[in-house]
Design a protein. Structure first.
Length: 419
């Protein structure tokens, strides 16, 4: 499906750099924007030199498996074929990031959890695709052993390695570290699918400790990228939790707007992204414009100096650092219908730096129009709305017709202002 042009730019000693790609499940953009996180979480400061930081990366799906499909293929879900948590598989002919790196002589290793089973086809190109049960926390012996193994791989001078590490802990922070079995069961069953702010922050500290132990041991010559697969909705206090629980009981909807995979609002779509590499800028460059998590694919290739992939939907982030790249990128996203395609939770989105159109095909919400700078809903009418609605409709049709590499462009001048 992709025509690949190989461009090898090895280091001065003729060796390709190791690449470490870390994905923290459910890591929200709050890590970059909320003071409570910035004060207590240390790992973002590790990216204080030779780095690129994106504050507005948009995931292609608020469900894990399709999101990984985009990061590993550079395509949106309608094109790579994975649109649900389970039951879909990467389309034939899609070339993945580990496949390209393997062609360049890399050893490719994935350490994954959650829903990332081989049935989705995401193992394509990996020499090792090691799945662990969701019960293994970053504070446990198995994850500590895996961290040591990753450091050894990235310290091997004989062969470059690409390692993808998927951290699961933030997915279920409400009870992960509750030691009492009775309380564990009570919290999990009574408030199922609710995530609490303080529990999320406490769990983040465990993840932070684990990440710092890994990042500080990684060789300076490695390319290191870190992101989340999607954001998360969480309850901020017990009153909000109680109100949500009452609505859930009254409606009979056990997943009443309390988790990812059910909507395409900004809290779920925006994820942080950091990348540090030998030729990265100091001080780091921060990009506060909309980019896509599919853009990680060509960005890692370019940062490692091992290849370039033209004619695809994703674009490298590196040209944005000096203003030479497209500064108004179009991001398409899907909810995954609660992970399993529930009609009342199916939602689609198209957005850029100016506007967002959300589409709920099976509910009364229908099309919604949002002004992105203000994150405010506005009337779904007028030239701007029709422009973005047309882009989203074309995207949805592309899943039926064919892949649409590099399909959408919007000139800011073509998007009239909305008060």
């Amino acid at each position: 499906m992709l025509e690949v042009e190989q461009i090898t730019e090895e280091g001065g000693d003729g060796r390709k750099p190791h690449v470490l790609f870390i994905v923290c499940d459910c890591m929200t953009n709050d890590v970059l924007t909320v003071p409570r996180y910035r004060k207590r979480v240390r790992f973002p400061r590790w990216f204080s030199d030779r780095s690129l930081v994106c504050t507005r990366m948009i995931t292609s799906s608020t469900t894990t498996t399709p999101s990984f499909g985009s990061m590993l293929s550079g395509l949106f879900p309608a094109q790579h074929g994975i649109r649900l948590l389970h039951g879909h598989r990467l389309r034939k002919g899609v070339k993945t990031l580990p496949m390209l790196l393997k062609e360049q002589g890399y050893q490719t290793v994935a350490e994954v959890s959650g829903p990332l089973f081989t049935s989705a086809g995401l193992e394509k190109g990996f020499d090792v695709f090691d799945y662990r049960g969701r019960e293994h926390l970053v504070s446990g012996d198995l994850m500590l052993e895996k961290r040591d193994r990753i450091v050894r791989l990235l310290s091997d001078d004989d062969r470059p390695s690409f390692v993808m590490l998927h951290i699961w802990d933030l997915h279920d922070p409400r009870y992960k570290y509750i030691k009492n079995g009775v309380l564990n069961k009570a919290f999990n069953e009574r408030f199922k699918y609710l995530t609490y702010y303080d529990d999320y922050l406490d769990t983040m500290r465990y993840v932070d400790d684990y990440l710092m132990g890994l990042l500080e041991a990684v060789p300076a010559e490695a390319v290191v990228a870190l992101t989340g697969d999607h954001g998360e909705m969480y309850q901020t206090n017990v009153f909000e939790s109680a109100a949500t629980y009452i609505v859930k009981v009254a409606t009979g909807n056990n997943k009443f707007m309390t988790s990812h995979g059910q909507d395409v609002n900004l809290q779920l779509l925006e994820v942080p992204f950091w990348m540090r590499w030998p030729d990265g800028p100091t001080p780091p460059v921060t990009i506060d414009r909309v980019v896509r998590n599919a853009d990680i694919f060509p960005t890692l290739l370019e940062a490692a100096g091992v290849g370039s992939v033209p004619r695809m939907q994703a674009e490298s982030l590196l040209p944005l650092m000096d203003g030479s790249g497209d500064s108004n990128r179009i991001a398409f996203s899907e909810s995954g219908g609660g992970g399993m395609g529930r009609k009342d939770m199916v939602a689609f989105s198209v957005m850029d730096n100016h506007f967002q159109v959300r589409y709920y095909p099976h509910t009364k919400r229908g099309y919604e129009f949002w002004s992105i700078p203000k994150n405010k809903r506005v009337k779904a009418e007028g030239e701007a709305f029709e422009l973005y609605k047309g882009l989203l409709d074309d995207y949805l049709m592309s899943a039926v017709k064919a892949d649409v590499r590099g399909m959408a462009r919007v000139d800011p001048e073509d998007a009239p202002a909305v008060d």
